[in-house]
Design a protein around this ligand. Structure first.
Ligand SMILES: C[S@@+](CC[C@H](N)C(=O)[O-])C[C@H]1O[C@@H](n2cnc3c(N)ncnc32)[C@H](O)[C@@H]1O
Length: 351
């Protein structure tokens, strides 16, 4: 979807102020403001629809009343709450998506999308543009990067739709295979591999990532009852022994961290541990041969790669095809995830 070009001062001011919206939403989630309002509504005589005051929210959360009042007014100004200036209730969408424990809850994703790591890196964007690379000492290429732990802990909800698209596409090929050994490279939360394992009882998954990230993958495997079919490999995907041979290798949301040349180095390494009839699955944003506004999510994401990596950016579909060809794979079949701007590319290893 192409964004409308801002033309008025008010529209530019809105862009300048956008970070304050992020900060207020994030603080509301972190402090449990939406949870407190939901509890107040549930506890009130008559149940739902009863309003809470700033003093009531402050007491529930053990925070300053002034802080509660000003934040609540700000959240009401953003449209997240209904308020007459004294009492506050959740708007329906806020009640559905920002109250912890409700089926539609997505608040934890804020720990990834509005994380202090991304925030810090974007804080030096102009200097990163001057240099052509990251300014922050700790970034996506730091092996002990705390963000990756946070991502593994809280991004599985976002990964689910794309993991399902990949698993559905692979199902006809995977179902009748007597053996389905899967290597999930830079697995993070592990959901791409585990979604396939949940569908196919013969599947075994090797989840590879940095050591501090794997505890979260293990937790997700346990929640899905898959622990006995999951092994972890801790270390650098460019260096650590990989085992194998694997029938399926997953490299999801990884190659945009690197130049195409580095991507080929990784893919060649992985081709070397695959079965003769193995499949490679790549997931990521794609750019196409068209104006950036038509691939907005991909180009916005590339700016994160500028502040975070020395040579990464979202690659074009053509670049992915070239990387696959140069690493010993056939042409990739590209499918688009329905609800997120991510593509799934599946390629056969060339014998
Ligand atoms: C954007 S996350 C992708 C996670 C998951 N594959 C997904 O699609 O959601 C990138 C992952 O790569 C891991 N990673 C980055 N560099 C790595 C390396 N050299 N070796 C192993 N893992 C690495 C990070 O720890 C992180 O979990």
């Amino acid at each position: 979807m192409t964004r409308q070009a801002p033309g008025t001062p008010a529209e530019f001011y809105d862009m300048m102020l956008a970070y304050k919206t992020t900060a207020m939403l994030d603080a509301g989630i972190e402090l449990g403001v939406f949870d407190a309002l939901a509890e107040a509504a549930d506890a009130a005589p008559g149940g739902n629809g009863q309003a809470a005051t700033a003093a009531g929210v402050a007491a529930r959360l053990d925070i300053a009343e002034r802080g509660a009042r000003l934040l609540l007014n700000g959240l009401a100004a953003l449209g997240l709450l209904e308020s007459d200036g004294v009492t506050y209730t959740l708007q329906p969408g806020t009640a559905e998506h920002l109250v912890r424990g409700r089926p539609g809850y997505i608040g934890d994703v804020s720990k990834v999308m509005a994380s202090r790591w991304e925030w810090d890196a974007f804080g030096s964007l102009a200097e990163a543009v001057r240099r052509g690379g990251p300014v922050v000492q700790e970034n996506a290429e730091t092996p002990t990067y705390g963000y990756w732990e946070q991502f593994a802990a809280f991004a599985s909800t976002v990964a689910k739709p794309t993991a399902e698209v990949a698993a559905a596409y692979l199902a006809p090929w995977a179902t009748d295979r007597p053996r389905l050994d899967v290597l999930d490279v830079a697995c993070g939360h592990g959901m791409y591999g585990y979604t396939i394992a949940a569908r196919h009882p013969q599947a075994r998954v090797w989840s590879l990532d940095w050591p501090h990230v794997l505890a979260h993958a293990n937790k997700h495997a346990a929640q899905l009852g898959l622990t006995d079919r999951v092994t972890t490999i801790a270390g650098d995907m460019f260096e650590t022994p990989l085992g194998g041979p694997y029938d399926l290798v997953l490299v999801t949301n990884v190659l945009h961290h690197f130049s195409p040349e580095r991507g080929v180095t990784l893919l060649r390494r992985l081709a070397g541990v695959m079965a003769d009839d193995g499949l490679m699955v790549l997931v990521g944003f794609l750019t196409h041969d068209r104006p950036p506004a038509q691939d907005a999510a991909a180009h916005l994401f590339s700016v994160l790669m500028l502040v975070w990596t020395s040579a990464g950016e979202v690659h074009s579909e053509q670049t992915y095809q070239t990387m696959l060809r140069d690493s010993g794979f056939g042409p990739g079949h590209v499918s688009q995830a329905p609800s997120v701007p991510l593509s799934v590319i599946v390629a056969e290893r060339q014998r």
